[in-house]
Write a protein that binds this ligand. Structure first.
Ligand SMILES: Nc1ncnc2c1ncn2[C@@H]1O[C@H](COP(=O)(O)OP(=O)(O)O)[C@@H](O)[C@H]1O
Ligand SMILES: [Mg+2]
Length: 257
C-alpha cells in the first residue's frame, strides 16, 4: 500500500452496534487532528458508508480502470455501495468478495494518507480473513454496545484477531447511555459499563464511551456525520477524544503521523 502509512480497521462481531457510524466519525476526528485520512468500506454486503457520507450513486471508476476515491468532508472514500443502484444487493460467494475487496483496496488511487480507516462487516468471515491475510492492518478498534448479546460477539471478534495476530487497539462502548433531552435524566438503555468491564477481562484497552444521542442517528441518516456538523460540539467530543487516544497510542517507532 504505497503512500498509505497506516491502516486501522473498525470491527464489532455484531451488526447494528454502530460500527459504521463510529468509523466515519473517528475518521473525521482524525481529519480534525490534521491527518490525511482515507475511508474504505469493507462491508461489501451491507455498505453503509455512501449513505453516511452522502456519496450514493456515484461511480469511482476512472478511464484507466483505477478507482478514484470520492472526496467527502475532507476524507478520501471508497465503497462499492456508491456504485450500486439503490436497493441492489451484492450476491457474491466468498472468493469473489475477497477479490472485490482487494480491488477496492489496491486498485484505488489513495495518494498519500496518514491513515486509512476500514469499516469492517460484522462477523468473522471471508472478508475479514481475506483482508488480514492480504494486508498489514496496524490495528483494529472493536465497537460494542454494553449488553451481553453484543459483547459475546465482540469477544469472538477479539479471539479472531488474536488468532490472526492482528493488533487490537481497544474497545469502544457505543450507545453507552442516554440523556433525555427534556428532563436531563440519564437512562442506561443497554446497561452501561459492560464494555469497559469486558475490556478489562479480555485484557484490551478501553478507548471510551459514546452516548446514545438522537441527533447522531438523525444527522447520520441525513448524510452529515455529527463530527462534520460541529467538530467542537458535544456529539463530536466523544469521537474526538477516542481519536486523540488512538493517535497518542500509536507506537512512535513507526512514525505514523
Ligand atoms: N451513538 C449513537 N447514537 C444514536 N444512534 C446511533 C449511535 N451509533 C449508531 N447509531 C445508529 O444505529 C444504527 C446502526 O448503526 P451502524 O453504524 O449502521 O451499525 P453497524 O455498522 O455496526 O451495523 C444507525 O441507524 C445509526 O445511526
Ligand atoms: Mg456497518
Amino acid at each position: 500500500m504505497k503512500g498509505v502509512r497506516r491502516i486501522i480497521a473498525v470491527g464489532s462481531g455484531k451488526g447494528g452496534v454502530g460500527k459504521s457510524t463510529t468509523s466515519v466519525n473517528l475518521a473525521l476526528s482524525l481529519v480534525a487532528e490534521g491527518l490525511r485520512v482515507g475511508m474504505l468500506d469493507a462491508d461489501l454486503y451491507g455498505p453503509s458508508i455512501p449513505k453516511l457520507l452522502g456519496i450514493e450513486g456515484r461511480t469511482a471508476l476512472r478511464d484507466d480502470g483505477i478507482f478514484a476515491p470520492h472526496e467527502a468532508f475532507g476524507l478520501k472514500v471508497m465503497s462499492i455501495g456508491s456504485m450500486l443502484v439503490p436497493g441492489q444487493a451484492v450476491v457474491w460467494r466468498g472468493p469473489m468478495a475477497t477479490s472485490g475487496l482487494r480491488q477496492l483496496l489496491r486498485e484505488t488511487d489513495w495518494g498519500d494518507l496518514d491513515v486509512l480507516v476500514i469499516d469492517l462487516p460484522p462477523g468473522t468471515g471471508d472478508i475479514h480473513i481475506g483482508l488480514f491475510q492480504q494486508t498489514i492492518v496496524d490495528g483494529v478498534v472493536i465497537v460494542s454496545t454494553p449488553q451481553d448479546l453484543a459483547l459475546i460477539d465482540a469477544q469472538k471478534a477479539i479471539d479472531m484477531l488474536r488468532r490472526m495476530s492482528v493488533p487490537i487497539l481497544g474497545l469502544i462502548e457505543n450507545m453507552s447511555y442516554f440523556i433525555a433531552p427534556d428532563t436531563g435524566n440519564r437512562y442506561d438503555i443497554f446497561g452501561t459499563g459492560g464494555a469497559e468491564k469486558a475490556a478489562a477481562r479480555l485484557e484490551v484497552p478501553f478507548l471510551g464511551a459514546i452516548p446514545l444521542v438522537m441527533s447522531i442517528r438523525e444527522n447520520s441518516d441525513a448524510g452529515v456525520p455529527p463530527v462534520s456538523v460541529d467538530p467542537q460540539g458535544a456529539e463530536a467530543s466523544a469521537y474526538r477524544l477516542i481519536a486523540q487516544r488512538l493517535v497518542a497510542g500509536m507506537p512512535v517507532s513507526k512514525a505514523p503521523f
